[in-house]
Write a protein that binds this ligand. Structure first.
Ligand code: EPU
Length: 445
């Protein structure tokens, strides 16, 4: 059996709702207007740390509104190998998982699954806190930059962990248990903030995390941990104070809506000159990206059921933006917004300041006729009247979404490869788009 076939079997055992998707390619015929209701799923980047948090207590933790995406299935596979009991249901509250982590085997980590997802590094903090040890192969994930984990490791060391790196494996121990510490992150890293929070809630004493990330997914994790009995102060600020050492109890938590899916679909509505009701979406979570999208000609209106998105009567207009930690412009929206700007009036300058290799969609957009020049970390875009369909390759989760968006607006057909990336990050993207009028089909074309 190949490693992937073995992985697939492990995933299906752990997450029975997950099926390896039939069809390696997506055929997209451009030109259809997107119209109708598009439900916004639970946020992938909130779901992953939340699923890891269930390991912090022997009591039952239930997570509702999980996105049915490949990354969630991979993480479920990892939890099951570690000895956690998983029970799934699907109902009005979306995909729901209850985890029973009363007996954990921290040594039973699945290296194949770890290598598929960067967020598996979050297991370090949780396992160290709960079991006093963790051995983890260096995690995988999208090739969008160097993506070190030095802030994670330095923070855990400050809390008393002894960590060595040997032949690509991180070996971490805290035989006397972790102790609270005063930690300043050199950069407000989302993953490091989450990892250190997960470790700190079970550490003895108080941990102060300075220059912490303020992404809404961090506050979502904190809310769940507080429901489990953790004591955390400073939510939504850049200084989190965590009083550790409280035994955690079971809890229930609903995952926040996906702000990146919201922003991406709002762009798709405007790019196709359609109108989408993005059900359950929360406009405020877009932060700086909200006004930027409006300046680009994406009308956004909060209504009772979510957010209504359409093209402004004045049309699409070039804008300049620079990605930044929250509440700045989210790097995860950079590529979908760039796809929108390829057909906007005038010029745009897009600067990527979080990941150094997050412009791999640019070559693909150029092959569709987009006019984009790259200088360092800035892409200079001059809008063109039309894009044309092409053979395309998705190289990361968000690049995949950007290319789908571009293909939906292009003349003729596009064929997209690299669908694993879309599966990782989005819950039912193809079906949801088709329900709103998009002409697209998955298959082995
Ligand atoms: N960094 C370091 N050392 C560290 C940690 C980070 O140098 O120890 C650097 C990274 O190389 C990067 C920057 O700091 O240049 C930001 O990284 P961060 O740790 O904030 O990102 P992350 O935790 O790896 C999460 C999301 C990303 C999202 C970023 C930024 C998850 C699972 N992933 O990644 O989402 O782009 O925050 O908001 O939450 C995606 O969903 O497509 C995705 C890549």
């Amino acid at each position: 059996m190949t490693a992937t076939a073995a992985d697939d079997r492990a995933l299906q055992q752990a997450a029975p709702w997950w099926r390896p998707a039939a069809g390696q390619r997506l055929l997209i015929r451009g030109g259809a207007r997107l119209e109708g209701r598009h439900p916004i799923s639970g946020a992938k980047n909130a779901a992953l740390p939340l699923v890891v948090a269930t390991l912090l207590t022997p009591h039952l933790v239930t997570l509702r509104n999980l996105p049915a995406s490949l990354d969630v299935a991979v993480l479920a596979g990892l939890l099951q190998r570690l000895g956690a009991g998983l029970s799934w249901s699907q109902g009005a509250q979306g995909l729901t998982l209850t985890v029973c982590a009363d007996r954990l085997r921290p040594e039973a980590i699945d290296a194949g699954l770890v290598s598929r997802m960067r967020a598996s590094v979050l297991l370090l903090g949780a396992l160290l806190g709960r079991c006093g040890e963790a051995r983890l192969p260096l995690p995988g994930g999208d090739a969008i930059g160097a993506r070190g984990i030095d802030f994670h490791l330095d923070g855990l060391r400050a809390m008393g962990a002894v960590i060595t790196l040997e032949q690509g494996v991180i070996a971490a121990r805290a035989p006397q248990g972790l102790v609270g510490a005063d930690i300043r992150l050199a950069f407000p890293s989302v993953g490091a903030t989450e990892n250190l929070m997960l470790a700190a809630v079970l550490a003895r004493g108080t941990t102060t995390l300075r220059n912490a990330a303020r992404e809404p997914e961090i506050a979502d994790l904190a809310r769940c941990l507080i429901a489990m009995g953790a004591v955390i102060d400073g939510l939504d600020s850049d200084t989190l104070v965590i009083e550790g050492g409280h035994a955690l109890r079971g809890a229930q938590h609903a995952v926040m809506p996906d702000r990146i899916e919201l922003g991406t679909l709002a762009c798709a509505a405007a790019a196709t000159d359609g109108e989408l009701l993005l059900e359950g979406g929360d406009l405020s979570a877009l932060a700086a990206a909200g006004p930027a999208l409006q300046a680009a000609g994406v009308e956004l209106e909060t209504v009772a059921e979510g957010v209504l998105a359409r093209r402004a009567p004045t049309g699409l207009q070039g804008i300049d933006f620079r990605t930044a930690p929250y509440p700045g412009f989210a790097t995860d929206l950079q590529s979908p917004v760039m796809a929108l700007l390829t057909r906007a009036r005038g010029a745009s300058a897009v600067t990527e300041a979080i990941f150094e290799q997050r412009f791999r969609h640019v070559d693909e957009l150029r092959r569709m006729g987009a006019r984009i020049a790259l200088r360092g970390q800035t892409a200079w875009i001059r809008g063109v009247p039309r894009l044309t369909g092409a053979r395309l390759l998705a190289t990361d989760v968000r690049a995949g979404a950007a290319l789908v968006l571009a293909a939906l607006t292009a003349e003729g057909c596009s064929l997209l490869d690299g669908l694993d990336h879309l599966d990782r990050g989005y819950d039912g993207m193809v079906a949801k788009l088709a329900a709103c009028g998009a002409a697209l089909q998955r298959g082995d074309f």
